[in-house]
Design a protein around this ligand. Structure first.
Ligand SMILES: Nc1ncnc2c1ncn2[C@@H]1O[C@H](COP(=O)(O)OP(=O)(O)O)[C@@H](O)[C@H]1O
Ligand SMILES: [Mg+2]
Length: 239
């Protein structure tokens, strides 16, 4: 479903080039739940942006369902993304002039928003992420955790086949984090949704099938839960 080959990304700044990704190889199967961990600045968010076609690599290739992103036009990439990918951004990226409900409905576009089915779906998602009563509020009136939950509901509203989540529990307390991870697990299991989640939280990573550990722009190590069992799985990343 997702294949990354020899992926490199550099950013050119005033007087230096920073190599952020240095040749990443990763394959993710349909229905897999993968957690990406690693120190701050190791390139996790950059990788997620490239996977979602929101930025272009310096070298290497990202394939989504056998489509090489580099062979698509900007417009084709946008369509592929809209149809297949839900994105939970690290900094939420809510639209400040839209209410909670409107932000969540945004990916449905004008026609989709009117359908009764979709209105129900939005109401359900609002319940599932615990934002009932907040429907008409604007993002600037919400806490960080509430904004994060709006961005989660928005990412799920289209039933995307692939969910890319950048620290989706970063601003939630343990109870809220657990509720959110249960929701993601449900989407993963019932809809066979593929999830790639960047996280610092070993508790969150415990929900995944595979943990990929990033260091200095490269994959340092990968562990599958089925190979070693949950306790050892989690313990292997606490060192
Ligand atoms: N658009 C950009 N322009 C310049 N440097 C960037 C840009 N995006 C990320 N970086 C740099 O790339 C490195 C990796 O960033 P990032 O992918 O956000 O790491 P992580 O998510 O693992 O914390 C950092 O040093 C960051 O400053
Ligand atoms: Mg990041």
């Amino acid at each position: 479903m997702i294949k990354v080959s020899n992926l490199e990304k550099s950013f050119v700044q005033v007087n230096q080039t920073i190599e952020v990704l240095k040749g990443v190889n990763l394959t993710v199967e349909e229905g897999e739940f993968v957690a990406i961990m690693g120190p701050s600045g190791s390139g996790k968010s950059t990788l997620l942006q490239l996977l979602g076609g929101l930025d272009t690599p310096s070298k290497g290739e990202v394939e989504i369902n056998d489509n090489r992103l580099s062979h698509l036009t900007e417009r084709e990439r946008t369509i592929l993304r809209r149809k297949n990918i839900g994105f939970i951004f690290q900094n939420y990226q809510l639209l400040p002039t839209l209410t909670v409900e409107e932000n969540i409905s945004f990916p449905l576009h004008a026609d989709g928003i009117k359908s009764t089915n979709n209105k129900l779906k939005v109401q359900n998602l609002i319940k599932e992420v615990g934002l009932e009563g907040m429907e008409k509020k604007f993002p600037n009136l919400l806490s960080g955790g509430q904004q994060q939950r709006v961005s989660v509901a928005r990412a799920l509203v289209n039933d995307p086949k692939i969910l890319l989540a950048d620290e989706p529990t970063g601003n939630l307390d343990r109870k809220r984090a657990e509720e959110l991870l249960d929701l993601l697990s449900l989407f993963n299991k019932e809809k066979n949704q593929t999830i790639i989640m960047v996280t610092h939280d070993i508790f969150a990573a415990g929900y995944s099938d595979r943990i990929v550990l990033f260091k200095d722009g490269l994959i340092e190590k990968e562990v599958k839960k089925e190979d070693i069992g949950y306790a050892e799985y989690v313990a292997s990343f606490l060192a």
